[in-house]
Design a protein around this ligand. Sequence first.
Ligand code: 5AD
Ligand code: SF4
Length: 445
Amino acid sequence: MEKNKRLFIETYGCQMNVYDSEIVLSILANDGYAPCDSLDDADLILVNTCSIRDNAEQRVWGRLDCFLQEKKSRDVKVGVLGCMAERLRQELLSHPAVDIVAGPDTYRELPAMLRRLEESGESQINTTLSLKETYADIDPIRTDRNRVSTFISIMRGCNNMCTYCIVPYVRGGERSRDPKSIVREAERMYAAGYREVNLLGQNVDSYLWKNPDNMTETVDFAQLLELVALVAPDLRVRFSTSHPKDMGNGVLYSMAMYPNICTHIHLPVQSGSDRMLGKMNRKYTIAGYMDRIDKIREIVPDAAVTTDIIAGFCSETEEDHLATLELMRRVRFDSAFMFQYSERPGTKAARHFPDDVPHEVKTRRLNEIIELQSSISLERNRECIGGTYEVLIEGTSKRDSNSLFGRTSSNKVCVFPALGHRPGEYVNIKVESCTSATLLGNIVE
Ligand code: 5AD
Ligand code: SF4
């Protein structure tokens, strides 16, 4: 048999993409490709890409130029996977470095595509989207370093059609994975020593599995959460992303009932202005969003709430922007991902709404949002000082090899002196001080 080929895979974008890269490693391992840690050793370089904002794409074009240099000195094949592959298709194939373009639902075809490339020398492309593919039966090859916390994809695609977003076009329609295969994957992870699984979907609240043999048998997200929580009491369960229009109280009651379902909800608001939310097609108002926040605080009082915010969406006025700052002060998010609006070709916003907020105004508004959030994050963390929290240890602190780091159930990173403890253990930490991003403390009994 031919000697093993070596595969290097580089991943951009969200955790979903990290998971997909692990699926690809598994599919290609069965075809004789061994993962390697360095680009220099690879016979095949794959780059799993993201299209969410223009800067994510620009980085990948830069990488392709680097791979082209690599190809000049040796025989190496290059493939582009993921959202950019789906969006740009032939345009990517015409880059001189690229041999393969494969969209997010075509990874099972990669071995056949590689064989055809080998035989014919002709570049290969497949960007077919599927209504069914969930890769449910594939056991991903994990690439996380800590072996404590990992991800499980529970659904693929998105049906929401937010006007700014490219995801429905590049990831296709929503489909939910068989809950039995999700639970089995969580059990395997637990047996391998993992103590935390993050359930991933674009909109986990619309998870709905229907038994194909008996359509009356269904599992919704609140039920799925419970099934995974029951795998083991010391296996933490996290999930993201929640959607304000779909997050029902059932999920909150599941969280309140099972101590191992983590008390953190990522609930992207995007804007504090009803006019902007309407234009974004988010299908909720600020009053509706606040109703969800009130319910979270009533049913899971210690839950942390984090969010995503876009600055400078089409026609956003100073008044809309001030409404976003006002909402942030009202909710007091524990942390946030904050972005400038980036027009994505093909979306409804790109087709119908002018991208008319000047770049410097977007930047200024984003900076105001970031500044406010960092003071709120600091205040939120200060509220933890003096409290004791259960922390799952993930690894050694980057700054200090005698310290460990882990997370509280509410997803706050916590750093503390090691005292002989190891990753994968739970410890109680009394918080002594903090920054806007980290809690600092000591182990207590
Ligand atoms: N421009 C800027 N940010 C965007 N997001 C999605 N599409 C865009 C865009 N075109 C942000 C949203 C989403 C997060 C994953 O990325 O805030 O929740
Ligand atoms: Fe993930 Fe969205 Fe980027 Fe695709 S476009 S990799 S789904 S963040």
